[in-house]
Design a protein around this ligand. Structure first.
Ligand SMILES: Cc1ncc(COP(=O)(O)O)c(C=O)c1O
Length: 394
């Protein structure tokens, strides 16, 4: 089942939040990430065979499985936020922010006594643990019940103290918040709420590197549509705010994509009161990175005002996306894309290849002129499941 809600009241001008995602900021964030020893832009792949098969003009896929050897985009946010935190403490100017903040002796001396704490479905926690390792501080990571061993091990191997709790992602997030207060740890959460906004904003700004690279790689071409997958919303909101800054009213159409069972942004939108809503249903989805029950406040305030469409779909959609990308079904390069990474590819394919969805495709203005931008946000972060799914669908 696919559900689509269309926003008819999309705000046209910049709001005070989107100003934090302008070109100047994106340039600075990218310069920061460029200074990392293993920095390389992730590939922007053209899926020409798939686009041709579906009767549209273009599909671009930003492949984040190549990000700093961590198999997902999330480290962009954690690394930038932690760097900004120390920069503020030591009075380092934003323009001078570089990887050296992680290696500078006086900063490392201070960091040694500090602990970063977070909750995660996997990728964000891995980014926090990796960053803690760079700067030499401790990290504590809480993960929800049902977390797969591979995702736990990925974080543990970076030296973090990792715990799988008897609760969902939101419970893990409350625990991280509680223990940060109790023990004086630094909460590095990729979601925000009333009174906790500074670090989540830096995390969102960290994701701008991805957009800055993408527009360089697009060399002047402008997509007509963005379909971006959503957990708490920090990624889609950052992408969207960047587009508002770049293109104003002429920006591409923007669709937020969530799992049916974890549709907290969709439900907040259809509630119609402008506020964040928490899901009351149990969440069962293989899209672990998107399995969140409450939208981030900051992200929601952007998504609410600028999204054109809110879409939800089931696990079969992402399985087909994983399969198409794994096999290069339509003659395109093969791409390793995990459960949360491939959902938008599966969605586009479903909407344009299944006649039952023709009306929905029309509603989304998908046609032979469409040039679609997608992000494969992770690779095979759980290799066993990845293998099982892509072999099952053969
Ligand atoms: C692979 C992957 N894709 C997408 C997302 C969604 O990002 P956000 O929670 O910022 O909406 C996540 C979040 O953890 C993720 O791990």
């Amino acid at each position: 089942m696919i559900r689509i809600a269309e926003s008819i009241k999309v705000i046209q001008s910049e709001n005070s939040l989107t100003k934090n995602f302008d070109c100047y900021t994106a340039q600075n964030v990218r310069s920061f990430h460029k200074s990392f020893p293993n920095y390389k832009p992730t590939p922007l792949v053209e899926l020409n065979g798939c686009a041709h098969h579906l009767g549209i003009k273009k599909i671009w896929l930003k492949d984040e499985s190549h990000r700093f050897g961590l198999n997902a985009f999330k480290v962009l946010g954690a690394s930038y936020a932690v760097a900004k935190f120390f920069a503020e403490m030591f009075g380092v100017n934003e323009k001078e922010l570089s990887y050296s903040i992680f290696t500078e002796a006086t900063i490392r001396e201070k960091a040694k006594k500090l602990t970063l704490v977070t909750a995660t479905d996997g990728n964000h926690g891995r980014g926090v643990a990796w960053t803690a390792k760079q700067i030499g501080c401790k990290s504590v990571v809480y993960m929800p019940k049902g977390t797969k061993k591979a995702r736990f091990d990925n974080i543990k191997s970076l030296g973090a103290d990792v715990y799988i709790i008897d609760g969902n992602y939101d419970d893990a997030s409350y625990l991280a918040r509680e223990n940060a207060e109790k023990f004086g740890w630094i909460l590095v959460q990729d979601s925000s709420w009333e009174g906790y906004e500074k670090i989540p904003l830096w995390i969102m700004q960290g994701y701008l590197t991805l957009m800055h690279e993408s527009f360089e790689q697009l060399s002047g071409e402008i997509p007509t549509h963005f379909f971006v997958q959503c957990g708490v919303g920090s990624l889609p909101a950052a992408v969207q705010a960047y587009l508002v800054n770049q293109f104003g009213n002429d920006r591409p159409l923007f669709a937020i994509v969530e799992p049916n069972d974890a549709a907290c942004v969709y439900e907040s939108f259809v509630a119609g009161d402008g506020n964040v809503h928490t899901l009351t249903n149990e969440i069962h989805t293989i899209m672990a990175g998107l399995a969140c029950g409450t939208p981030s406040k900051l992200a929601w305030e952007i998504m609410r005002d600028y999204s054109n469409y809110f879409i939800t779909c089931d696990d079969e959609v992402t399985k087909s996306g994983m399969d198409i990308l794994a096999k290069g079904t339509f003659g395109d390069d093969k791409i390793v894309s995990g459960e949360s990474g491939a959902v938008t590819t599966g969605l586009i394919h479903k909407l344009l290849s299944d006649s039952a969805y023709r009306q929905l495709a029309e509603k989304l203005k998908l046609n032979s002129d469409s040039k679609i931008f997608l992000i494969s946000t992770e690779g095979d972060t759980d290799p066993k499941i990845y293998k099982k799914i892509t072999q099952e669908t053969l």
